[in-house]
Design a protein around this ligand. Structure first.
Ligand code: F6P
Length: 500
């Protein structure tokens, strides 16, 4: 039976009850619908559900074998069934599972971290001032986000270039000196067009320094060596780590360069804390399961197609971009494992940006527009600056927005009325540091996996990105012969640029 049908009786019962009333009728929700997950506090009381609906969701999660599937993930079973692979990102940071595949992967990861540590040391020499990381998608978004969050804590300045648009690489290199710069080519496949193009530009720019200064992280070392990277400069990746789950691997090299190896290890330690919790907690006490069920509830019971993430901390401004790939490349699918079409809606569209800026942009639409979204508001309790009054303003705004979205505001003038009933989840982090950030990111990863189990999706393939790549390659092959272009619209576009 589809989720939409299973949840429909609860959805129609709850649609008649304002969210504010759900909480005023049952004030204990404020505590009972909250969980402490190490240094993270999650509150789901402003979700438009009740105890009965939650029970139904937990029953479905039990029937869909969420606990056993989570165990399979940690044990290195072939959870990526279409590509016949394990997805052992957890083994990069935890040795929680005794399964041989997990043990072996954990050992490989630790051996790689030793080599990574040597490379960090080598690149920390005084004549290297800047390191440029070239990669895209999972080989860029995670390290870019973490380095942006904490800035450079070492003398090494780390830069990121991802886009095929050469303005990006030009702009980055123009500010640097080849005599004092190293380049890391991050590509699991070592075949991604954007990354190889930018790597070619960087190699030419490095000139005489290229041999000494190019490093690579890849699962195809032979391709990196052929490109000109010295074998000792190549760190491995493995097919059991998906790109969007890879910041815990040697893909985290830019993080280790900016935060030091100890900062990178703290990130892993934080993720391991969430792993331990998610691995052992029963469904009803499992923060990743609660989080996943809130997404499923909004998607399949309430029919909401948007999921907005608003971190009230400038340091987390790139979190929404990171989550967009993690979630939507994992769950933006409509075919089940068994090849059957999924009739239920699957991943909502995830987007967002840092609060309070977001309040002066699209919050108008969230409060009074007709298309409602689920909203996730994230705050950090203790800041790392000394402007405590200013921090109070940020937290007051976060709490006020959550209340306004949920409870609305009655007014005689309809222009001033706020309908409320905008479901939202609150996540508070005690402090923001690599450890707590690791905890948060691992929580999202596990939530994505639980959502995938609820929908019967393989969270670890991404065939949907291939068609566009394939068509672009075909267009490039026939570039000078516009007439051969694929369809009338593309032909018109080719004609248009030909006239210029
Ligand atoms: O966008 C598709 C994708 O394959 C992502 O899954 C991946 O993170 C990214 O491209 C980069 O791939 P690679 O690391 O192989 O260059």
């Amino acid at each position: 039976m589809q989720l939409t049908d299973l949840l429909a009786p609860h959805a129609s019962r709850l649609k008649a009850i304002p969210l504010a009333q759900l909480n005023s009728n049952d004030p204990a929700r404020a505590r009972d619908f909250a969980l402490q997950a190490n240094d993270l506090y999650l509150n789901f009381a402003r979700q438009r559900w009740d105890r009965e609906a939650l029970e139904a969701l937990f029953d479905i999660a039990t029937a869909r074998d969420v606990s056993a599937q989570l165990k399979d993930l940690f044990d290195g079973k072939e959870v990526n069934r279409t590509e016949k692979r394990a997805a052992l990102h957890t083994a990069l940071r935890s040795n929680i599972s005794n399964a041989p595949a997990a043990r072996e992967s954990n050992q490989l990861a630790n051996a790689t971290f030793e080599r990574m540590s040597e490379i960090v040391e080598r690149l920390s020499r005084p004549d290297i001032h800047d390191v440029v990381s070239l990669g895209i998608g999972g080989s860029d978004l995670g390290p870019r986000f973490v380095v942006d969050a904490f800035g450079s804590q070492t003398p090494t300045r780390v830069h990121f270039v991802s886009n095929a648009d050469a303005h990006a690489v030009d702009r980055c290199l123009a500010a640097l000196d080849p005599a004092h710069t190293a380049v890391i080519v991050m590509s699991k496949s070592f075949g991604t067009q954007e990354t190889l193009l930018n790597a070619g530009v960087a190699r030419a720019w490095l000139g005489e320094y290229a041999n000494d200064r190019i490093y690579a992280v890849t699962s195809r070392p032979e391709a990196a060596i052929e490109f000109g990277v010295a074998p000792a400069h190549v760190l491995p990746m493995w097919d059991w780590v998906g790109g969007r789950y890879s910041l815990w691997s040697a893909v985290g090299l830019p993080i280790a360069l900016a935060l030091g190896m100890s900062g990178f290890k703290s990130l892993l330690d934080g993720a391991a804390k969430t792993d331990a919790l998610v691995y052992s907690a029963p469904l009803r006490e499992n923060p990743a399961v609660w989080h996943a069920l809130s997404v499923v509830w909004n998607t399949n019971a309430l029919g909401l197609a948007g999921h907005v993430v608003v971190p009230y901390d400038e340091r987390l401004r790139l979190l929404p971009a990171y989550l967009q790939q993690l979630v939507m490349e994992s769950l933006g699918k409509s075919t089940r494992f068994d090849g059957q079409k999924i009739v239920d809606a699957t991943s909502p569209v995830w987007w967002g940006s840092a609060g309070t800026d977001a309040q002066h942009s699209y919050f108008q639409c969230l409060h009074q527009g007709n298309a409602t979204s689920n909203i996730e508001l994230i705050g950090v309790v203790h800041p790392d600056h000394s402007h405590n009054d200013q921090h109070k303003v940020v937290l007051a705004n976060l709490f006020a927005q959550s209340e306004a979205l949920a409870n609305g505001h009655a007014a005689t003038d309809p222009h001033l009325a706020h309908a409320g009933d905008r479901p939202n989840t609150l996540i508070l982090m005690s402090r923001l540091n690599p450890d707590s950030l690791g905890q948060l990111l691992a929580l999202y990863e596990h939530s994505v996996f639980v959502q995938s189990v609820m929908w019967g999706i393989n969270a670890f393939d991404q065939f949907g990105v291939e068609l566009g790549k394939h068509l672009a390659a075909g267009l490039l092959r026939t570039w000078d012969d516009g007439a051969a272009a694929h369809d009338p619209v593309t032909r018109a576009l080719m004609d248009e640029i030909g006239r210029d």
